[in-house]
Design a protein around this ligand. Structure first.
Ligand SMILES: [Fe+2]
Length: 276
């Protein structure tokens, strides 16, 4: 019998700051509050809400306390992850050591609706790039081996698939090792990251990799062929919505700040007679 459809909301790159401060001119607390409202209004049926790292801009305790207050109204079961802007020690002081596994990493698996969701900690204190040390790769391998009978969705902060963008200078260092482990599982449906402040999707040796723009600023697409330098943009303010069942996994990107003008329904009546 087909399993129920799984719905995940993934936020990333919240970059919260203490009260009275802004981050790169942006009021990241107000942006997160808007995201929370949007999720509660539009995705009250979400099974999980995952915050995929860079929770605090500079890892300050006040920012984590503020984070805890702002996400308190989320009705979905909410899980926190760390990114390169976070401070693991301060985070654990505020949220409790129960968030860390026996090796001190903030990671876990969640088995739900026929899937295994793996939250993988790619943060490394003092390092901007992502790191997956041997103990984390071993942990991932073991968690994948346990779930060979079901689809897996992996969430981590750092992007693993190179994007041909300036942000590749701070990519996950151990991306080839990650791919090798992932390729041992027969059914990895998505590997979803934040970090790059850009929406992308791609496939690497058959494994699908996705990044979401997240709640902080967004960067313009800047490939080596672009004439102008990369811009940093104030929007869109984005979270991802993942819909997954036995057969398929779809990722939507919902922009909760940038809203374009709605084209009224009566502007959609122009058709050729042969197409009516
Ligand atoms: Fe990051």
């Amino acid at each position: 019998m087909a399993s129920e459809r799984l719905k995940l909301v993934i936020m990333s790159d919240l970059h919260l700051v203490p009260e009275g401060e802004v981050s790169n001119t942006l009021d990241t607390a107000a942006r997160l509050a808007a995201a929370v409202d949007s999720v509660n209004i539009n995705h009250a049926d979400a099974d999980l809400c995952i915050l995929a790292g860079d929770l605090a801009d500079l890892g300050e305790a006040d920012a984590y306390v503020r984070l805890r207050d702002i996400i308190a109204p989320l009705t979905a079961d909410t899980h926190l992850m760390l990114g390169n802007h976070d401070d693991r020690r301060v985070f654990l002081q505020v949220f409790g050591n129960g968030f860390a596994d026996q090796n001190g990493h903030v990671q876990k698996v969640i088995d739900i609706k026929g899937h295994r969701v793996i939250l993988l900690d790619s943060s490394e204190p003092g390092v901007v790039e992502g790191v997956l040390c041997p103990s984390r790769l071993d942990w991932l391998q073991a968690r994948l081996d346990e779930a060979r009978d079901r689809p897996v969705i992996v969430v981590l902060h750092h992007h693993a698939l190179a994007l041909s963008m300036p942000v590749d200078t701070i990519i996950l260092r151990d991306s080839a090792a990650l791919l090798a482990v992932l390729c041992t599982h027969p059914d990895v449906r998505q590997v979803i990251a934040g970090h790059v402040h850009l929406t992308t999707t791609g496939v690497w040796k058959g494994v699908p990799f996705t990044t979401l723009a997240g709640g902080h600023y967004n960067v313009s697409v800047n490939l080596p062929s672009h004439a102008a330098p990369q811009d940093r943009l104030e929007g869109p303010g984005q979270y991802a919505v993942v819909l997954a069942d036995d057969d398929a996994c779809v990722v939507h990107f919902e922009n909760f700040l940038d809203r374009h003008t709605v084209i009224a329904a009566n502007n959609f009546g122009r058709q050729r007679a042969s197409r009516r």
